[in-house]
Design a protein around this ligand. Structure first.
Ligand code: ADP
Ligand code: MG
Length: 372
């Protein structure tokens, strides 16, 4: 009875909150690496994740974070996609969408966006599913709107943009003062076209890596999908775009231990990830100045972040206890980009603590009353 009404209300409330903001944060926890049993993840529910930390006094302490959605280790690729699908479909209505995968190296970013190394049907990541869905939906609408879909694949490494669909370095041409990379834009018309292109992109990307030097974890890769739709009755054109970004690993590098190229890479990654965080949090707080200029990544995405654009950040958690430091810094980053739009969700989190404090006060009062 009453409990159910409360539950319904809470759901409705959460849905309204979800609709309110154009910035969403989903948190995904990958399974423990086999052989590991120590975990920092204490508890996961639909919107809250609690992490075990140590307090100053060596005691275990818990810290909770609330986001739009939490995906636990057993959540499948299909389930993750089904919560992403509405956003992707809005591209065909002329929206700009950016989806980011954030997290330390090994936390599951590529798994979410592309899938595991040995790709199976069930393993397909957001990138493939998104494109397949766009093709499917555009066919459904073909009586009313004629769509053209094309893709670009870029890599940003040390603040340099490289075209993964050609061997050339990219020069930026400026249109209306906005940086538009002269990258290959390839028309696609089926999921197999996309798979072939992504294979090519991945090959071009790995040319620059060696076994000991996996560059992919230290560069951002960006699959951009451009959609143009022509209304067959009015002749009106609508344009939408989607950026699917597998970010460089967010782990902090110990500056005392790296030198030369590694240090330079670490500094570039640091700079661009904090620039991204700054842009998203200033969009979330509706600040009048959005600092797009501070990195290549944010410059590249300038037109697709902010305004009516929709942004989704997947933050990835490695659940092993050894990763605790990075896990907390990832969650803090995520909280910073989500905090303002999720103001109400934050209240939910606080209300747990407030409830606990109230209970403590009540029991202290009771103890006091017994003494009197
Ligand atoms: P990243 O891109 O963040 O460096 P990966 O996506 O390469 O991390 O993931 C590291 C390893 O963990 C890979 O072997 C990947 O297949 C596996 N993995 C990541 N997330 C999941 C998941 N949700 N379920 C199963 N395996 C996962
Ligand atoms: Mg990766």
């Amino acid at each position: 009875g009453y409990q159910r009404v409360l539950e319904e209300n809470r759901k409705l409330y959460n849905q309204v909150q979800d609709l309110k903001g154009n910035i969403r944060v989903y948190c995904r926890v990958r399974p423990l690496v086999p052989g590991h049993s120590n975990t920092s993840v204490d508890h996961i529910d639909e919107r809250t994740i609690s992490i075990l930390t140590h307090s100053k006094y060596g005691k275990e302490a818990k810290k909770s974070f609330t986001f739009n959605k939490i995906f636990g280790p057993s959540v499948t690729q299909a389930e993750v996609f089904s919560d992403t699908q509405p956003l992707i479909r809005s591209v065909l209505d002329g929206y700009n969408v950016c989806i980011f995968a954030y997290g330390q190296t090994g936390s599951g970013k590529t798994h979410t966006m592309t899938g595991p190394k040995e790709l199976t049907e069930e393993g397909l990541g957001v990138n493939y599913r998104a494109l397949a869905d766009l093709f499917h939906l555009s066919k459904e609408r073909k009586e009313t709107i004629s769509y053209e879909i094309s893709v670009q694949m870029l890599e940003i490494y040390n603040e340099q943009v490289k075209d993964l669909l050609s061997a050339d370095e990219i020069r930026n041409s400026s249109q209306n003062g906005i940086n538009v990379p002269d990258a290959n834009l390839v028309r696609v018309s089926s999921p197999s076209d996309v798979i072939n292109l992504m294979d090519l992109g991945h090959k071009n990307r790995s040319v620059c890596s060696t076994a000991l030097n996996d560059r992919s974890s230290r560069s951002h890769s960006c699959l951009t999908v451009h959609v143009q739709g022509k209304d067959l009755t009015s002749g009106n054109i609508l344009r939408g775009s989607m950026h699917l970004v597998d970010l460089a690993g967010s782990e902090r590098v110990d500056k005392s231990e790296v030198t030369g190229d590694r240090l330079k890479e670490a500094q570039h990654i640091n700079k661009s990830l904090s620039a991204l965080g700054d842009v998203i949090s200033s969009l979330a707080s509706r600040s009048s100045h959005v600092p797009y200029r501070n990195s290549k990544l944010t410059q590249l995405l300038q037109d697709s972040l902010g305004g009516q654009a929709k942004t989704l950040m997947f933050v990835h958690i490695a659940p092993e206890y050894e990763a605790l430091g990075e896990t907390l810094s990832t969650l803090k980053f995520a909280e910073r980009v989500a905090t303002v739009e999720l103001g109400a969700a934050k209240v939910n989190k606080d209300s747990g603590e407030v409830k606990e404090l109230k209970e403590q006060i009540a029991s202290l009062k009771a103890a006091l009353a017994r003494k009197e």
